[in-house]
Design a protein around this ligand. Structure first.
Ligand code: LLP
Length: 434
């Protein structure tokens, strides 16, 4: 469910007309719904309410300072993957103490920053990393809490570029050597064994792989508890969202239209299956959702530049491009594209939807049927709240989009559109070319 819907002919985010936002701030612009994020957090918490649950929002999905402040107010911690993300959490006035630090390539400086800010735990991906964390903690005279990331060798059945829990992925260490890893960790003077972590992949739309991975790793955690005073077991993120029928999925009726077996994965079905498997451990369960919390809480607004009628195809050229929303070009992913002003009297057209960037891959949709829209009119790319703005670049010297947060009838520009001057601020012409 989400809070994007038509009020009359115009698409709204909560109570705000998206034409008003585009009129004020231009396009492309990302618009986020605070109510949707709040509902998503509440639903996920409720679905696992029988557990001692801690949500660490995977902020790589969307690290807007405004959203980080909202998450902090909702009581979540963060799943961090860089020194930059640690600094963003601090800049948002939020707490690193309830956050975890993940990633396969933590630098000494990043480890130091995390320790200085008393991070809840490090999610360790390799032996050399463990040794480095011990070394930095020793230098600072502190003890670093850690969990080792177990790779359960489960097929998440998602896109190859976002699957992480197979033995040939770069992530985690195999179950077969994890026990030895924990023994080695426990012997290091500046390391405290605090938990176990796993994450099998992103955009999972069925419960099967989650169940398989949890069933595989729970006995290992139970065994480890005999030797160590564990604080928690993190089962990672990965809960998928609806992309194909994104607008309709905002309403309860859409969800009710499925039989229990056919309904896409929901937090309720996720909780119902996983809670009984996890409860017997009697320890804190950590979740690291990114996409589920913010994905359907954001859209990207874009204006039509031209409708180019080709010999065999139509091309709707919009003012957003692959530098603004990289997912379609990178993962062939689907984003529903809808008119911001709906006019049911207009015929539909079948068209490719493309951006202005000079490469064929700058394509959002192929042979898509949408309401006929003309130059200057607006469309919304649905389900763009996760891995949208955070993956944006300056390719073709395009400034990154503006971002707006809506709450009820209130809205505010929370990130100005990037200017040309900001883009070239760090550049210079060398003296030898003067
Ligand atoms: N925890 C770990 C250790 C992760 O690596 C990730 C995502 C998450 C949690 C959050 O996963 P989520 O709940 O969002 O599925 N750019 C890609 C997705 C990359 C995911 C990377 N890791 C996309 O646009 O689909």
């Amino acid at each position: 469910m989400h809070h994007f819907s038509y009020h009359g002919s115009n698409l709204h985010c909560e109570d705000v007309d998206l034409t008003e936002i585009a009129g004020l701030y231009g396009s492309p612009t990302y618009v986020y719904s605070a109510a949707t994020i709040t509902d998503n957090v509440t639903r996920l918490q409720a679905s696992l309410s029988g557990l001692d649950l801690k949500i660490c929002y995977a902020m790589k999905a969307n690290s807007s300072l405004a959203l980080l402040r909202l998450f902090s107010q909702l009581g979540t911690g963060f799943d961090l993957v860089s020194g930059g993300e640690i600094r963003r959490v601090l800049a948002a006035g939020a707490d690193v103490k309830s956050s975890v630090f993940a990633g396969v390539g933590k630098s000494e400086a990043e480890i130091e920053l995390a320790l200085q800010n008393e991070v809840f735990a490090f999610h360790v991906e390799s032996e050399p990393e463990l040794i480095r964390i011990n070394h930095v903690a020793g230098r600072l005279g502190v003890v670093a809490p850690i969990a080792i990331r177990i790779n359960p060798d489960v097929d998440a059945k998602t896109h190859a570029k976002i699957t992480t829990g197979k033995s040939d992925n770069k992530f985690g260490i195999p179950m077969s050597v994890a026990a030895a890893g924990y023994e080695a960790a426990a012997k290091l003077p500046n390391i405290r064994v605090a938990g176990v972590q796993m994450h099998i992949g992103s955009q999972l739309t069925s419960i099967g792989p989650f169940r398989e991975a949890v069933e595989k790793v729970v006995p290992f955690v139970a065994e480890l508890q005999k030797a160590h005073d564990l604080d928690y077991f993190s089962i990672g993120g990965g809960i998928g969202i609806i992309y194909e029928d994104a607008l309709a999925s905002g309403s309860q009726d859409w969800w009710d239209g499925f039989s229990d077996e056919d309904r896409p994965l929901t937090p309720e079905s996720y909780g119902a299956v996983l809670q009984p498997l996890l409860a017997p451990l009697g320890i804190k369960v950590l979740l690291e959702p990114g996409r589920f919390l913010v994905g359907n809480a954001g859209v990207m607004l874009s204006r039509i530049e031209y409708l180019k009628r080709g010999a065999s195809k139509n091309f709707l050229v919009v003012d957003a491009a692959m530098n603004d929303l990289a997912r379609p070009s990178m993962y062939d992913s689907y984003h529903e594209i809808v008119p911001v002003e709906r006019d049911t009297s207009r015929a539909a057209i079948v068209t490719d939807v493309v951006g202005p960037i000079c490469e064929t891959g700058d394509c959002f949709a192929k042979s898509r049927e949408i309401q006929s829209v003309g130059e200057g009119e607006l469309v919304a790319f649905m389900s763009a709240g996760a891995y949208g703005f955070t993956m944006a670049s300056n390719y073709n010297t395009r400034g990154r989009a503006a971002e707006v947060l809506v709450k009820g009838s209130a809205f505010e520009l929370v990130h100005q559109r990037e200017t040309f001057e900001q883009q070239i601020a760090g550049e210079s012409i060398p003296a030898f070319l003067a």
